[in-house]
Design a binder for this molecule. Structure first.
Ligand SMILES: [Zn+2]
Length: 458
């Protein structure tokens, strides 16, 4: 993806935490920001200015793309253009001070030293302690187990190598650097992958027995529901933990304007996500209690090919396979429509299953229809589905045999696509399902089953 250098200028005044608060009334800050588009460059610039203890008063130069030639004969400009090329961004503050007569260069330091590791440690503690999310959870749920959001038996063990390892997205920062800033993959033992301590042993065993002890029998609605339920529970567990972390963080950064604004916006987003998930969890719990699956929809794509990729997740679908908007995720007035997707091994091969509750029909039916339309237009179903997972989930694992059989270019294309999706702008998001990553998965599906025949779009 091509990134340009944007030049932006603001009038700013120091906050009370700014080390120059006593000396400076106002300043002009020039920014050189590497970015894919003007609005992201603007967001990045304002965040770092506010983080450095300034209040933005006015944007005197809107973001414009600049090139080296713009700064010929302008030494400071050229120098900062080069810094932005290398380090993604550069800022120059120019201020007049009553107490300083000759031009002086001052290195400014942000007032706040942010200790991310403190919060990550806490998040890890909360996740490891765990809690039972079963609707009948109570005092007897004392033994929380290492449940897998993707099953260990049958699913992960089926794609693992002889040492019981799979490939998953690396959580190691050194891989990130080694990979030129793109996410890398790393071998993990299956016992370490996709664990979540969201159920006690008794409830986990009882609840998921039909999918843990048997292969997916095509069209089995109870099994489909349990796969969906497990994906939802994992997301609910993670989001609730993250919300608590953001609340703690906001409290901690109260005195730094930039970080506080950023953290409260994360907290707000996280709270909305939890509220929405809570609504869906209640709906799914009711289905679980009644054991009646009539209100659940599914589409299952079934393959007799060898199973090499395990995944399970949920999504609030925002764009369909043709780039049309399905639901506006910035409008939090009502819960978002939610779709779940997972891989399920079968006796003969495996299935890709989409599933959702009828309350999410509005977005999900259109979403599935757009997939059918793309197929009718000649797009490869395997390519579309493979790309869909990579760009909407971190919770997936590859079989080592398959990953190591890919060319370096293929591996790189996968890493780059995923990395770009992690910081998407609207333009990327709108078209994300449309092109790219062709011919990598070679997935083919012999049959497609669904229970949508009786359903029509509202
Ligand atoms: Zn329990």
């Amino acid at each position: 993806m091509i990134e340009d250098i944007y030049y932006i200028v603001f009038d700013v005044i120091p906050t009370e935490q700014n080390q120059e608060y006593a000396n400076i009334e106002n300043a002009i800050v020039s920014c050189w920001i590497q970015s894919t588009d003007a609005s992201s460059s603007y967001i990045k610039a304002t965040f770092f200015i506010e983080k450095a203890d300034w209040i933005i008063k006015k944007n005197t130069q809107q973001p414009i793309v600049v090139i080296e030639e713009n700064f010929i004969d302008r030494e400071i400009g050229l120098e900062n253009f080069h810094i932005a090329q290398k380090e993604k961004m550069s800022f120059v503050y120019i201020a007049k001070s009553a107490s300083v007569i000759t031009p002086t260069e001052i290195k400014l330091q942000s007032s706040y030293k942010f200790d991310m590791s403190k919060f990550l440690t806490k998040l890890k503690e909360v996740s490891e302690k765990g809690r039972c999310l079963h609707y009948q959870a109570g005092a007897r749920c004392d033994e929380i187990i290492n449940a897998h959001s993707i099953q260990n038996n049958r699913v992960l063990s089926k794609i693992a190598n002889k040492k019981n390892e799979i490939y998953a997205l690396s959580k190691n920062m050194s891989d990130f650097k080694k990979n030129d800033g793109y996410l890398g993959f790393r071998r993990y033992p299956i016992t370490k992958f996709s664990i979540f301590r969201g159920f006690c042993g008794i409830h986990d065993n009882k609840l998921f027995e039909p999918i843990d002890k048997s292969y997916y029998k095509l069209k089995d609605e109870q099994q489909i529901f349990l796969y969906a339920y497990r994906s939802l529970a994992k997301e609910f567990f993670d989001k609730e933990n993250a919300l608590n972390m953001y609340i703690d963080m906001s409290e901690d950064v109260k005195d730094n304007l930039g970080l506080y604004k950023q953290m409260t916006s994360f907290t707000k987003g996280s709270k909305n996500a939890c509220n929405s998930l809570n609504v869906h969890k209640n709906i799914y719990d009711n289905v679980l209690k009644s054991k009646i699956y009539d209100d659940m929809r599914y589409v299952s794509f079934n393959s007799t090919d060898k199973f090499f990729m395990a995944f399970s997740n949920i999504l609030y679908p925002d764009y369909d396979f043709n780039g049309n908007l399905l639901q506006d995720l910035s409008n939090t007035a009502k819960p978002f429509d939610l779709i779940t997707f997972c891989s399920a091994p079968t006796e003969e091969g495996w299935s890709f299953i989409f599933s959702w509750h009828k309350s999410s029909d509005n977005s999900c039916l259109t979403f599935i229809q757009s997939l059918k339309l793309r197929m009718q237009q000649g797009s490869d179903l395997g390519d579309l589905l493979f790309k869909f997972i990579l760009l909407n989930s971190e919770n997936f694992a590859f079989s080592p045999v398959w990953w190591e059989s890919l060319s370096e270019d293929n591996q790189k294309e996968i890493s780059q696509s995923i990395t770009n999706m992690m910081q998407p702008t609207m333009a990327i998001r709108k078209h994300y399902l449309m092109n790219g990553l062709k011919g990598t998965s070679n997935w083919s599906f012999e049959t497609i089953f669904d229970n949508l025949t009786t359903v029509s779009k509202k």
